[in-house]
Ligand binder design. Structure first.
Ligand code: CTP
Length: 400
């Protein structure tokens, strides 16, 4: 999905070790569909050369206020005309100070002062610089001026110290930029999502599970963050990274998932049940590893609680969204499931279309009927589901 298709960005690179991360960021922005004009400060060119950025962006890299290549000799004006935003990554303590005070002593700072478009910064510096009262004052000023500040993160620093001040990883900066431009469809709302399989223990080393990859639930979590929601992802065992901005609660069994969900649902506006919860669990979990006897073995299973139905039956339930994975007769089974679990929105798909892969084909079922979303990547479908959900939350004004 080209989340930044049609966007024109100026990527400002200031001087700092994290400038190397800006190279990967350039690649990701271009891959997401943006046109990227890179502007480097003089200090930045000491860390990475303009050639790297030229190759990655496929465009001329600008470093000099006095560059004679622009016809009217006004690079400081022309580069942001038609741009949707300037993103400075990494943004050093020095450039933040200059921006806060309106300095314009090189191409990048002049561009920032002479702009009409958005300004986003991803700070990167040593932790003492980050904590210094001067930097704190500058940050507060930039915030008051409407500048978007992404990060910084916490962790090991190039200086050998540990603390706040690391530039966010390129994927995290990309996600923040995409969210910045995305419509704030779920702003101020808490969304709780379940994802992945559950694992029902038989003994300390064995259990019952299924092949759910968690990809759809994780894609929905990303889409909800992008729509500015507060997102809690209650996830069964999967090997996917936690999407930026998402709070993940890791669980194993259906009972643990249910407890975690019931603890998070108060205050939530939306509950989306994507997890492939095991319908049954072993009636007993052996304390020690079961030894083989050579004889046939019987395993007694007991039904698990239906988390979605339980949440939907709360006295004041959040808006509930269910998923129905069927292997045939999707329309009939999905409609029956929506009625049985009393959920206003149900997302149906055929297991052979979606399980484990990156693509899926889904149909939405709500009070207004049936809405096929067609075949697309899970990322794209997640965004379309969020759009539909936001429309229902707003009272369903969207014309079909
Ligand atoms: N679900 C749940 N808790 C369960 C079982 C299912 O929260 N114990 C949720 C799923 O996350 C999904 C929806 O209910 O949103 C439907 O799940 P699905 O497995 O398709 O249906 P089941 O209710 O398990 O019915 P069946 O297995 O008979 O199709």
């Amino acid at each position: 999905m080209e989340e930044l298709k049609g966007r024109n960005l100026v990527l400002g690179v200031s001087g700092g070790i994290a400038a190397y991360k800006a190279a990967e960021l350039t690649r990701l922005l271009v891959k997401a569909g943006a046109q990227v004009d890179v502007v480097m400060t003089e200090a930045a060119t000491r860390f990475v050369t303009p050639v790297t950025f030229q190759a990655l962006s496929g465009r001329t890299v600008w470093t000099d206020l006095w560059d004679a290549r622009i016809g009217n000799n006004m690079a400081h004006i022309d580069l942001t005309r038609g741009a949707d935003g300037i993103l400075i990554a990494p943004a050093s303590a020095d450039i933040l100070a200059k921006l806060a005070h309106g300095f314009a002593d090189d191409l990048l700072t002049t561009l920032c002062l002479a702009r009409e478009c958005a300004l986003m910064v991803a700070p990167a510096m040593n932790r003492q610089m980050w904590e210094h009262p001067a930097t704190r004052r500058n940050l507060a000023q930039l915030q008051a001026d409407g500048v978007a500040i992404f990060g910084p993160g916490e962790g090991d620093q190039a200086c050998g110290e540990t603390g706040l001040g690391r530039m966010l990883e390129p994927e995290e900066v990309l996600e923040a930029v995409v969210a910045y431009f995305a419509p704030k469809l779920l702003v101020g709302r808490k969304v709780v999502i379940t994802a992945g399989p559950t694992f029902e223990p038989i003994d300390p080393v064995r259990g019952i599970t299924n092949t759910s990859s968690g990809k759809m639930g994780y894609a929905l979590a990303r889409a909800c963050v992008r729509a500015s929601a507060e997102v809690v992802l209650v996830s069964g065992p999967v090997s996917l990274p936690v999407p930026p901005g998402v709070r993940r609660v890791a669980v194993q069994s259906a009972l643990q998932m249910r407890d975690a969900v019931l603890a998070e649902v108060p205050g939530a506006a939306v509950f989306i049940a994507v997890a492939a919860v095991a319908d049954y669990r072993p009636a007993q979990t052996a304390e020690h590893k079961i030894k083989k006897s050579g004889e046939p073995m019987q395993l007694w299973l007991t039904p698990n609680p239906d988390i979605l139905a339980e949440v939907a039956a709360l006295p004041q339930p959040p808006f509930c969204v269910g998923f129905a994975a069927e292997s045939r007769e999707l329309d009939a089974y999905a409609a029956a499931k929506r009625a049985a679990k009393r959920v206003p929105l149900l997302v149906g798909n055929l297991v052979q279309d979606g399980l484990g892969g990156d693509d899926n084909e889904v149909v939405l079922y709500d009070d207004r009927g049936r809405h096929p979303l067609g075949r697309a990547t899970k990322t794209e479908l997640a965004w379309r589901i969020v759009e539909h959900l936001a429309d229902l939350l707003a009272g369903g004004t969207q014309q079909e």
